[in-house]
Ligand binder design. Structure first.
Ligand code: FAD
Length: 306
């Protein structure tokens, strides 16, 4: 009797905007990936709680995502629901009597909007995020960083939805941050982050943002779909340099190619599949191990079925 319910039986009109059997290649920044059983656009915390409750009760997987700029979904797609947090995008700027300046941003807010708002309020500390194409939730989960700074440097609190459906707030001291990963309770969904910034000089902030954006334009292959840095850097040794030294710049699998401009980027020259990208990742990792004895670890997150 019964058996496991199908996702279409678990979700209904009250769950908001749902796209069934949705090609993830239309959503990932690399433009690769198979179909997700469902992609749900999250518009409010209440809706999120309701949906997660229903999916958990039916033992259906779910995966929160921001702007999918650091994810590879395998070509077999994702069994379960991808929760696109893009509707949770409120950002507020607060000044409290001790003189502290804070930005509270919901998980789906674009980092670009947060950087823009902080600059408009003459707040410094987030300039390093200029040009990172992700969301606040993705940046917190990945402990996104660049130019010697990381999102952990400005975080004071993170609000989460726990696996038990409870909303909790963790203070910075209660969170373990590492290089490109933040350790959070299993299956927690980031709802919001509170960031502490400093009052700065408008011109200096704008100049810094301009300089960083320019550097990215010069160094990153932005003309092609990509997912940013594929591998984590090693202490004092950028992964891009290692990949260049082992002679893999320009190496291709199908339409996936190690960028000539920056060897730690894999670009999609047209019709690459996730299989092509993952084959190229394996070649890079195997060659680095064989030729230099180095274990390269991926920064990009790989999900889904083969
Ligand atoms: C051109 C380019 C340049 C980049 N430059 C940088 C850079 O300089 N520094 C850097 O660190 N990164 C960089 N990235 C990678 C990426 O943009 C960042 O890691 C970004 O923070 C990911 O955000 P996202 O919203 O796209 O996350 P997604 O790719 O959607 O998700 C990434 C991970 O976070 C999890 N996640 C997302 N939202 C939530 C949530 N609300 N709750 C729980 N988990 C969540 C997902 O499940 C997934 O595991 C770059 C990418 C590109 C394409």
């Amino acid at each position: 009797m019964g058996g496991k319910k199908k996702i279409t039986e678990v979700l209904d009109d009250t769950c908001g905007k749902i796209f069934y059997n949705e090609p993830m290649s239309q959503h990932t920044s690399l433009k690769v990936g198979g179909n997700a059983d469902a992609l749900i656009v999250i518009e409010s915390e209440d809706q999120l709680m309701q949906i997660v409750g229903k999916l958990k009760a039916a033992e259906i997987n779910c995966l929160p995502v921001g702007n999918l700029t650091n994810i590879i979904v395998r070509d077999g797609g994702y069994r379960g629901a991808i929760l696109l947090m893009s509707g949770l995008k409120e950002i507020n700027c607060e000044q409290i009597p001790d003189g502290g300046h804070y930005i509270c941003a919901q998980a789906g807010a674009a980092l670009a909007s947060v950087v823009g708002l902080s600059a408009a309020h003459e707040l410094t500390g987030l300039e390093f995020c200029a040009g990172i194409p992700g969301s606040v939730g993705g940046a917190v989960w990945m402990n996104a960083g660049a130019f010697g700074a990381e999102i952990k440097d400005v975080i004071t609190e993170v609000a989460l939805l726990t696996a038990d459906g409870e909303k909790i707030i963790l203070k910075k001291e209660e969170i373990v941050f590492s290089y490109r990963r933040t350790v959070l309770p299993p299956e927690a969904i980031i709802l919001q982050a509170r960031l502490k910034l400093e009052k700065g000089d408008r011109k200096q902030i704008q100049d810094k943002i301009r300089e960083i954006t320019q550097t990215r334009r010069e160094k990153h292959p932005l003309a092609y779909p990509n997912a940013g840095s594929v591998f984590k850097n090693l202490p004092g040794e950028p992964a891009g340099r290692i990949i260049e030294e082992i002679g893999l710049k320009g190496k291709a699998c199908g339409d996936a190619e190690v960028s000539f401009m920056h060897a730690n980027f894999i670009v999609n020259k047209g019709n690459a599949t996730a299989t092509d990208v993952l084959a190229l990742i394996s070649i890079i990792a195997d060659t680095a191990k064989k030729e230099k004895g180095i274990d390269l670890e991926t920064e990009v997150i790989v999900v889904g079925e083969n």
